[in-house]
Write a protein that binds this ligand. Structure first.
Ligand code: NAP
Length: 288
């Protein structure tokens, strides 16, 4: 595949930004990679691992003459970082992001960018519970899905290039309205994270000594509770309405479960279990 971008600035060289740099570079999709972040130790790790060619702690300096600015910082920081980088980008540069929430990020970034820049929202649905440049690896995106949310600052050419970038690192790409994205992700990502964090909290409140007897079911259910608190607090608050709706419906389902157990209603309990089991056996969810 031909090179898509000559100089890429990755703002936030963590798990996602770092993994994209490694994968896109290995596929020959991008040229020079410049990192931007808040702490030098993380950027030094990125340089040592070959994720970035060079870095700067100054946003404008890191963005100088880049033809792609990839915002891979926590979602709340995206607008401010886009604003800080914009005036030194190459004229006509494409700005994109990887944020797990789309509607507020798209609004923030579109409002922050001067005229003449295109912005294409994107969300690669792939991740781990680990953070920072040390956690990045090039195979992260292989076989998973990516959602693009083109908006009023997107051009067909920029959308095609961002699509080619994510397809080039092994993802299946779909396009969606930002509001629909946030509704879907509230269910398939934000609710499971809320349940994982809450399950650990409930156990800590009940008796933390029980944890040592946990088997794979507890480990699988709570794996993502080891994720970044900074990132997840942003995501829950930025998608508060949709997350609230999903949690409310989950509590109703859990309450129905509790009622069937409390009533000793084996028929009702079995009906619920069989319905969920049949659906789960049919699904082959995207790897995340
Ligand atoms: P991460 O590993 O913690 O990386 C984020 C990076 O951003 C860090 O290296 C951090 O470095 C830097 N950073 C944080 N605040 C900053 C600021 N204000 N200005 C400049 N740099 C800043 O997190 P991640 O998992 O890659 O997540 C990054 C983005 O990807 C988030 O928007 C998230 O919603 C999205 N996402 C995450 C996943 C996932 O599963 N992890 C999946 C899909 C999308 P310093 O601390 O050194 O500044």
């Amino acid at each position: 595949m031909p090179r898509l971008f000559d100089r890429v600035t990755i703002a936030g060289v963590g798990l996602i930004g770092g993994s994209l740099a490694l994968a896109a570079r290995a596929a020959g999709l991008i040229g020079e990679v410049v990192g931007y972040g808040r702490t030098e130790a993380n950027l030094q790790t990125a340089q040592r691992r070959g994720i970035v060619d060079r870095y700067s702690l100054d946003a404008a300096e890191a963005a100088r003459d880049a033809d792609l600015l990839l915002l891979a910082v926590p979602v709340k920081a995206s607008g401010a970082v886009a604003r800080a980088c914009a005036h030194t980008l190459r004229p006509g540069a494409v700005v994109s992001d990887v944020g797990s929430v789309k509607q507020p990020v798209v609004e923030q970034v579109e409002a922050s960018l001067p005229a003449g820049f295109t912005f294409v929202g994107a969300h690669p649905i792939a991740g781990t519970e680990h953070s920072g440049a040390a956690a990045a690896f090039p195979e992260l995106f292989q076989g998973s899905r990516c959602i693009l949310t083109p908006g009023r600052r997107s051009t067909a050419d920029a959308v095609a290039k961002i699509r080619a970038l994510w397809e080039g690192v092994g993802m299946r790409v779909d396009e969606m309205d930002p509001a629909r994205h946030d509704q879907v992700l509230a269910w398939v990502s934000h609710l499971p994270h809320a349940i994982a964090f809450s399950t650990v909290t409930a156990l800590l409140d009940a008796d933390p000594g029980m944890e040592q007897f946990a088997g794979s079911s507890f480990r699988d259910l709570t794996r993502v509770a080891a994720s970044s608190a900074e990132m997840w607090s942003d995501i829950f608050l930025d998608n508060a309405t949709q997350v609230d709706a999903a949690i409310t419906q989950f509590i109703a389902a859990l309450e129905a479960f509790r009622r069937a157990i409390a009533a000793g209603d084996a028929a009702q309990l079995t009906t619920q279990l069989l319905r969920a089991r049949a659906a789960r056996q049919l699904w082959s969810p995207a790897r995340t």
